[in-house]
Design a protein around this ligand. Structure first.
Ligand SMILES: *Cc1c(COP(=O)(O)O)cnc(C)c1O
Length: 463
């Protein structure tokens, strides 16, 4: 039986995985979710122990793609996708001494965990579009890593025009160069005079315009695209397969996509003790999990720029479950968020959220101290996003049952200034990235204005 997908806002037609992948955001402004999650049995999960990443990926992803893509094709896509990673384990697990385990998710082409999902999505789009001969326009907002990972996955693909919006002062130099030192004609990196939330709001507004969406065949590769979440579920199964006891996961969080994949893994039957949301000074989620009240503030720039987010899109997916899958209630709460910048959940909803989630935050000073401490004690460099997670893991040690797995979301060499400041050493950039960033940059600076950006997309796309 193939999985059917519906929207958190309840006003979009149900669809299959192909429809979900190519639409990104549902036409009613909601996010797609499976109507029922496939469940893996304890025996099925036990059989994953010691299996190669690709095998686990195939088994975990197969039920979602059943009926839309042949098993052979899925297997082939999974093989191709993870051949682009520079270690055979794809996402190796490291014991850092003591009780900390680090899941290294940064072995893909752009050195951040987003490659794990976007490389897969690139191949999947190619598969779906090649058959139909359709042309699509992909618009994405990025604080740095999504953009570079999307460009690495989609550059040169014939049926896709890719426009990436990033805050002009947001990304690190390497993140920016990974987006701008790319020659492919189908790639357009746009520096927006504003914050990540401004970029995301423009993308969302463009999607909300049905006529524009049809005119350009708009799609998104932000983590509102469920395909990314599905690909990320895999490494929770892979990581847990190393242990007998259900692990706690600590996840450096921005848009709530990565940690939601952990929640989804649990919905698919994976035993998970706790999911800890780690935030930087943009601590809206920490406050939510302490009070039940979501209240956006102004975005603060930090040393972990990929988490400089106040409004986390994927939270709506969790909210849908907290609301008992009542789409009208989700619409009402999201309406409140849009209208007055806040909403609160009921006491039972809050209790349900606290059952599986914990949350804490770390500021820049703690981030630097944690990078320095881990380097001093373990001779191991972590990037500032991972450091937020490690600090939170330590702060929540009393709440998190063992084993505790911290997701390492970026390679330390992606943030060399911060790592050097903390450790006195410059992390070494892998060779292929070093070669890329010597090339000339190609970008355009535009105001945080939806009309200016729409005009640019119309003029520069092939669709
Ligand atoms: C995107 C990103 C995050 C945040 O992930 P979300 O899925 O948006 O919560 C954390 N760390 C790094 C390095 C990232 O690139």
């Amino acid at each position: 039986m193939s999985v059917v997908f519906h929207s958190t806002r309840g006003l979009a037609p149900e669809t299959d995985i192909r429809g979900v992948a190519l639409a990104g955001l549902a036409p009613d402004g909601g996010l797609y979710l499976p109507k029922t999650w496939p469940r893996f049995s304890p025996d099925g999960i036990a059989a994953m122990r010691g299996a190669p990443y690709q095998d686990i990926a195939f088994h975990v992803l197969r039920p979602f793609f059943d009926g839309a893509i042949a098993d052979d094709d899925l297997e082939h896509i999974v093989e191709k996708t993870y051949a682009a990673f520079d270690v055979p384990e794809v996402t190796p697990l490291r014991a850092l001494g003591g009780e900390l385990h680090i899941l290294e998710l940064f072995h893909g082409p752009t050195l951040a965990f987003k490659d794990v999902a976007l490389q897969f999505l690139g191949h999947m789009f190619d598969h779906f579009l090649r058959a139909s001969g359709k042309q699509i326009t992909i618009i994405g907002a990025t604080s740095g890593d999504t953009g570079s990972a999307a460009i690495a996955a989609l550059a040169g693909r014939a049926n896709i025009d890719l426009f990436i919006l990033y805050p002009d002062k947001g990304p690190s130099e390497i993140q920016r160069k990974q987006m701008t030192c790319v020659e492919a004609g189908n790639v357009h990196a746009i520096a927006v005079q504003g914050s990540f939330d401004d970029c995301q709001a423009i993308v969302k507004a463009m999607f909300a315009d049905a006529a524009l969406r049809d005119e350009l065949s708009l799609t998104t590769v932000n983590s509102i695209n469920l395909l990314r979440i599905l690909a990320q579920i895999v490494y929770y199964f892979v990581a847990a397969s190393h242990f007998d006891a259900p692990p706690s996961f600590v996840v450096p969080t921005g848009n709530f996509g990565d940690i939601y994949a952990g929640y989804a893994a649990a919905q698919c039957g994976l035993p998970v003790a706790k999911l800890a949301v780690a935030s930087n000074s943009n601590d809206i989620l920490t406050r939510f999990f302490a009070t039940g009240r979501m209240e956006a503030g102004a975005v603060q720039g930090t040393l972990s720029p990929s988490m400089d987010i106040q409004v986390s899109s994927n939270f709506e997916r969790l909210l849908f479950d907290l609301c008992g899958r009542d789409a009208a209630l989700v619409r009402a709460l999201m309406g409140e968020m849009k209208g007055k910048g806040s909403f609160a959940v009921s006491a039972p909803q809050f209790a349900q959220a606290q059952k599986i989630f914990a949350a804490a935050c770390a500021d820049d000073e703690e981030t630097l101290a944690t990078i320095a401490d881990v380097y001093g004690k373990c001779d191991y460099m972590i990037d500032p996003h991972t450091a937020v997670g490690v600090k939170v893991a330590r702060d929540l040690a009393a709440t998190l049952t063992q084993p505790v797995i911290c997701l390492a979301t970026a390679h330390p060499a992606k943030f060399p200034d911060t790592v050097r400041k903390a450790t006195g050493r410059t992390p070494v950039l892998p060779e292929n990235t070093a070669a890329l960033i010597g090339k000339p940059e190609r970008t355009v600076l535009l105001p945080a204005d939806r009309r200016a950006i729409t005009d640019f997309v119309r003029k520069n796309g092939a669709a």
